[in-house]
Design a protein around this ligand. Structure first.
Ligand code: PEP
Length: 250
């Protein structure tokens, strides 16, 4: 039995006072249940957010990280910095990092290895573009992103990896993959893990869906056998919407 996960990716939204209000609103109504819940605020709010959520059961995640341990990387953030403020989970490979900032599978793979070596948990994102879905190459694309992004990761290390399938055409567009389309891909990913890693890893790895998840569609998506929760962008910026999605996973 896999424990469901719902993670909030705030992206580059909120100022400090808005971030505090959102955390307060979450804490006011959050009831701990059988779902792991993460919030990933922008770097500058991680420390403050952790002070508020630390005894609540909600956990802290970062949205990105540098592959290097320290040194001359102006503007970048390392694994040890994240851990020192209470963020032991990091989102890597998000499509906005790939598309806007040109992160390659190889660079993402370096980050994954750095995070795992630092005993961090990784939420590894991947998913096809609209043209790839239209050309019916989406399974191939996903397989290649998994093979490259997670190259060199051994079976034991999968205990620290949560996968997040996010079809790029569904991110922030209001267009959600249908529960059938999402389940079909999640089953494919689980089968990939079974063949390429191990049956145990296939059975135990949580695979999240991301892409315009809302309170109205969350329960249907999360009821599918291979969908273990969601990575939530837009709807995580409103406490009531996010908590409704969390409840749909429990
Ligand atoms: C995301 O950015 O990971 C995401 C899923 O965004 P949204 O929920 O807004 O589509």
């Amino acid at each position: 039995m896999r424990t469901p996960v719902v993670a909030a990716n705030w992206k580059m939204n909120k100022d400090l006072s808005e971030a505090k209000s959102l955390v307060s609103a979450l804490l006011a109504d959050y009831k701990k249940a059988n779902t792991e819940v993460y919030i990933a605020p922008p770097f500058v709010f991680l420390n403050e957010a952790q002070q508020h959520i630390k005894d609540s059961g909600i956990q802290l995640a970062a949205q990105n990280m540098n592959a290097a341990a320290s040194g001359a990387h102006t503007g970048e953030i390392s694994s040890s910095m994240l851990k020192s403020v209470g963020a032991s989970t990091v989102i890597l490979g998000h499509s906005e990092r790939r598309d806007i900032y040109g992160e390659t599978d190889a660079q993402i793979n370096e980050k994954v290895k750095t995070a795992l070596a630092a005993d961090m948990q990784v939420i590894f994102c991947f998913g096809e573009q609209l043209e790839e879905r239209k050309a019916s190459t989406h399974f191939e694309v996903v397989k290649s992103q998994l093979a490259s992004g997670l190259a060199g990761v051994d079976a034991e290390a999968y205990a620290s990896i949560i996968l997040a399938y996010e079809p790029v055409w569904a991110i922030g567009t209001g267009e959600t993959a249908s529960p059938e389309q999402a389940q079909e891909m999640h089953a494919f990913i689980r089968e990939y893990l079974r063949t390429e890693v191990s049956a145990k890893v296939a059975d135990q790895t949580r695979i999240l869906y991301g892409g315009s998840v809302k309170p109205a569609n969350a329960a249907d998506l999360f009821s599918r056998p291979d969908i273990d929760g969601g990575l939530i962008g837009g709807a995580s910026l409103q406490a009531d919407d996010f908590l409704a999605i969390v409840n749909a996973a429990s």
